[in-house]
Design a protein around this ligand. Sequence first.
Ligand SMILES: CC(C)(COP(=O)(O)OP(=O)(O)OC[C@H]1O[C@@H](n2cnc3c(N)ncnc32)[C@H](O)[C@@H]1OP(=O)(O)O)[C@@H](O)C(=O)NCCC(=O)NCCS
Length: 190
Amino acid sequence: MTRAILTPDLPTPSGFQLIRCDASDGPVALQMGRQILEELAKEGKAAHYIIDETDEEFFDFFRKPEFYPLGVLDPNNALVAVGVASHRQEPIQKYLPFIPAEDVQASSKSVGYIEFIQVAANSRGRGFQRLLFAELEKWLRAQGTLYATGSVSPENQYSLNNFKSQGYREAGRYVVKDLNYPRILMVKKL
Ligand SMILES: CC(C)(COP(=O)(O)OP(=O)(O)OC[C@H]1O[C@@H](n2cnc3c(N)ncnc32)[C@H](O)[C@@H]1OP(=O)(O)O)[C@@H](O)C(=O)NCCC(=O)NCCS
């Protein structure tokens, strides 16, 4: 299967390609996510990253049209980074108190949500999270979205730094139900 290869605005390391993921990428992305969770748990950093979708819900990110899944392929065509954006209302509800009501009401696409970004351990520190932020925001902006939102663990220093360096600011905090993990809501005016 050939997937769409995109041209990112930010420079990409030689041999790596940005792609628009399709349904075939769901299982690979989930496997990558599970491996990341295992590694983080071993390092005592389980709260850094959460996958709270069922497998089927996770696969929906890659097969339902309301989601925008992007990936990075390494020179061997292996998926090494994935990020997904949407305008899903349910997670966005948490951000609404922090966004002016007139902006929220402007359209159902006024507020966008970065569902997740994950980078395989051996491909970190090469700018892929920042690349995915930029390209997911580009998609949101093209649809008239006014705000990008996302959430991050206060202990996840790399991710928190990246959110901040991309212009996101802290809008509030909450605790993930059942797990008791703290999260910071991040918002950026696009
Ligand atoms: C957080 C995460 C997405 C960062 O991805 P990444 O592609 O390595 O991040 P980038 O390369 O775009 O980040 C660049 C910055 O982070 C630093 N960085 C990120 N991960 C690093 C690592 N493992 N080792 C060293 N530096 C790292 C870089 O030095 C760079 O900072 P600088 O420009 O100030 O030097 C990745 O570590 C990851 O997938 N973690 C597990 C899942 C997760 O936490 N997802 C985010 C949830 S909100």
